[in-house]
Ligand binder design. Sequence first.
Ligand code: URP
Ligand code: ZN
Ligand code: ZN
Length: 471
Amino acid sequence: MKDFDTVIYGGQVVNSTHTVTCDIGIVDGRVVALGEHLEGGQERIDANNLLVLPGGIDSHVHLAQPSGSAIMADDFTSGTKSAAFGGNTLVLPFALQPVGESLADAVQAYQAKAQGKALTDYSFHPIITDPTEPVLRELPNIIRSGHRSLKIFMAYDGLKLSDRQILDVFAVARREKALVMIHAENYDMIRFATEALASDGKLAPKYHAAAHAMAAEEEATNRILALAEWMNVAIAILHVSTRRAIEEIRAAQRQGVQVFAETCPQYLVLTAEDLDRPGKEGAKFVCSPPPRDPDSQAACWEGLKNGVFALFSSDHCPFRFEGAGGKQPTSGELDFRSIPNGIPGIETRLPILFSEGVTAGKIDVNRFVAVSSTNHARIYGFYPKKGLIAVGADADIVLWDPSQRVTISQRILHHDCDYTPYEGRQVTGWPVRTLLGGKTIVHEGSLCAEPGVGQFRAQGTPTQPHVQQAA
Ligand code: URP
Ligand code: ZN
Ligand code: ZN
């Protein structure tokens, strides 16, 4: 038998359903053996005292996405580099359709932006902003070419679809067995609140949270659940942040509606009070939905524990704090209406969930793997090649030191954004080595690969997450 290229020995191998202490044999980028005392290997990696996890999959990130006058700091190289340092091996950003243009062209142009640039594997979701008849006719080919998840917005000028347009997209998605990802906030409620706040001169960053009220998210969540149930289409509701929205989703899941839900680090560890930090600091926390309150945080943790949330993503949206196209205006006072929405977090997603969840005893390590890797692979069609450590799977693996204590700081991160909203946060648990297809891409703080090592991965058939369902 051919020798192993690599043997990872002595670690605790953690999958979404179980943990075993065993060695891993890798040949040609894939796991070919799991067992005790595996001999040989061109390279032997000592994983004693470490957890050995499937590489993180972040299915909600924004890289090199056109955003009006705002400038996204990360392209495919810097964004995937930061992802790799954070223990991820696959990321899924978005190909945005400019209004009035072809979606197929947007997908092709985005593909070209990524070509030869990535340090992790990648795939991407098309964003539909303008579902005209010709665009709806383009959709089946786009879906069949491996983009089986489509994002739509219920809010934001230039992005928002009407209910009628949503139904048109749902009809194609149902026929083609695609998944529709939803940004659920009520556009008119946000506009109404924004205008009322502005007419009172309330324009500081903290008013962004008031403008994007919990009720606006809850109304849109309710409505999209009703539309999806009526159309019998699979949806994923993204960046869910409120208790009532979670309860609505849980009720729908119990009734058999095909709905997956996602939450993000900002809804676990930040609150609306962060938008009220002194000076201009509050701008660093402007994202939509905004961080909420302690009760909402508790509800998000409950949802992660009881299975309402299958997905935990970063929603990494790297707008800089300083400079043109960033969060601060080039002149004048901050005005929440013109602060680009979105915050960075691709590198800190896994350490925050591990520390606040596993180390603090809120979730177990198998659930950590499920919501940060395995379920993303299942729902977005990469399983069983990705999202698990098993014979036949890609050797996308992260070695994780559960006892390493780190203070998160911009100084140690690798994105091209100029701040982290988690500055000064202490975490316990940190990725120490990331392997993509059996090759080490990050080891002890050093990048060990060149852009282009990451490949496009087409989405295949989704599989149902094998996790506890909402009780
Ligand atoms: O504020 C956010 N979340 N910006 C990113 C775009 C989106 O809605 O996901
Ligand atoms: Zn969104
Ligand atoms: Zn997003």
